[in-house]
Design a binder for this molecule. Structure first.
Ligand SMILES: C[S@@+](CC[C@H](N)C(=O)[O-])C[C@H]1O[C@@H](n2cnc3c(N)ncnc32)[C@H](O)[C@@H]1O
Length: 294
C-alpha cells in the first residue's frame, strides 16, 4: 500500500526520555506510521504498538517489516483504553516506558473516504475504527441544537457555535447532512470565509473528538498504563489540544500527589524552531514526561 512520508513529532525528545536500549520493552499506544516505534526498535528495544485504526496498523507492520524489525514488534488493533485495561489481559509482562502521541494521523486526514477532512468531499464519517457505531453524520443528524452548541464550544472552542448549530438544525429539516462538503459549505455560508484557518476547522475537530471519544480514551488509559509499567519506567504524552493537555497535566499532578509517579518535565516541552519549520504540525505539540516510582 503506498503511503505519504510522515515525520514523527519531537522524536529526539521522546527517544531521549524513553532511552531505548537492547532488552528494554516499550508500548507505543498510538502507533500511527510507527515513526516513534521505529526509533525505539532501531535502538534495539522491543515494541508493542497499539492502533485502533486497522489501516494504520497494516501500514506500520509493512514499514517495520521493511526495516527488518518485525521480530521485535507486536501489533495490537484495539483502542488504547481497551488494550491497557488490566481486566482484559491483552498485554503480557511489564514495560520500561509508554508513549502516547495523541490525535489523528496525516494518513487519516489525507485519505478522502475516511471523512476526516473538509478538503475532500466524502461521507461524513471520522471513525478511527470502523467497529465504532456512531459517525460524524450521525452526530450532526441526531444531536439536539443545545447538544451541538455544547459540542462545538467545548471540543472545538468554536466562537460561532450557536449560529452553526442553528444552521445545521434548519438545513437538516430540508436535507440530511451526510457529506464533508455539505457540512463545510453550510459552515462557510453561515459564518463566511475569513483569513486564517478554514471556518470548518473547529467544528470538524470537535466532531472527530466526539466520534472517537478521545478525551474519555485518554482519561481511562493514563491510570491503566501505570499497571503495565516497571518501577522507574517512563511515560511520555504528546498532545495537540489544550483540553487533552489539561487532562494529562491534572492526571500527572494527582498521580504525583498519590506517590505513583514523579513528574520529570516541569511544564511542557514544545518543538524547537527548526522542527516547527520542517514539520508545521509540531507547532501545537506539547510533551509531558513522568517516571513511575512505585
Ligand atoms: C498522531 S498519530 C501517531 C503517529 C505516530 N507516533 C508516528 O510517529 O507515526 C495518532 C495515531 O493514534 C491512533 N489513535 C488515536 N487514538 C487512539 C486510541 N484511543 N486508541 C488507539 N489508537 C489511537 C490513530 O489512529 C493514529 O494512527
Amino acid at each position: 500500500m503506498p503511503y505519504p512520508l510522515h515525520t514523527p513529532v519531537m522524536l529526539d525528545e521522546v527517544i531521549h526520555y524513553l532511552d531505548p536500549t537492547a532488552g528494554k520493552r516499550f508500548i507505543d499506544a498510538t502507533l500511527g506510521y510507527a515513526g516513534h516505534a521505529l526509533g525505539l526498535l532501531k535502538a534495539g528495544a522491543e515494541v508493542v504498538g497499539i492502533d485502533r485504526d486497522i489501516d494504520l496498523l497494516n501500514i506500520a507492520i509493512e514499514r517495520v517489516t521493511k526495516e527488518g524489525f518485525i521480530k521485535s514488534f507486536t501489533p495490537v488493533n484495539y483502542a488504547f483504553s481497551e488494550a491497557l485495561d488490566k481486566d482484559k489481559n491483552l498485554l503480557e509482562g511489564k514495560f520500561d516506558g509508554i508513549l502516547f502521541d495523541l490525535g489523528v494521523s496525516s494518513y487519516q486526514l489525507d485519505t478522502p473516504e475516511r471523512g476526516f477532512s473538509f478538503r475532500y468531499d466524502a461521507p461524513l464519517d471520522m471513525r478511527m475504527d470502523k467497529r465504532l457505531g456512531v459517525t460524524a453524520a450521525d452526530l450532526v443528524g441526531g444531536l439536539g441544537k443545545n447538544e451541538l452548541v455544547e459540542l462545538f464550544e467545548t471540543l472545538g472552542e468554536e466562537g460561532n457555535a450557536k449560529r452553526i448549530a442553528g444552521a445545521i438544525c434548519s438545513e437538516r429539516l430540508i436535507r440530511k447532512i451526510e457529506t464533508t462538503e455539505h457540512l463545510a459549505n453550510l459552515i462557510i455560508q453561515t459564518v463566511g470565509r475569513s483569513r486564517g484557518i478554514h471556518p470548518a476547522t473547529k467544528v470538524f475537530q470537535a466532531l472527530r473528538m466526539a466520534v472517537n471519544s478521545e478525551r474519555l480514551e485518554l482519561k481511562a488509559a493514563l491510570p491503566s498504563a501505570l499497571s503495565y509499567l516497571k518501577k522507574d519506567a517512563i511515560i511520555c504524552v504528546i498532545s495537540f489540544h489544550s483540553l487533552e493537555d489539561r487532562i494529562v497535566k491534572n492526571w500527572m499532578n494527582d498521580a504525583e500527589s498519590a506517590g505513583q509517579i514523579e513528574i520529570i518535565t516541569s511544564g511542557v516541552i514544545e518543538a524547537g524552531t527548526t522542527e516547527v519549520a520542517k514539520n508545521p504540525r509540531s507547532r501545537s505539540a506539547k510533551l509531558r514526561v513522568a517516571k513511575r516510582i512505585l
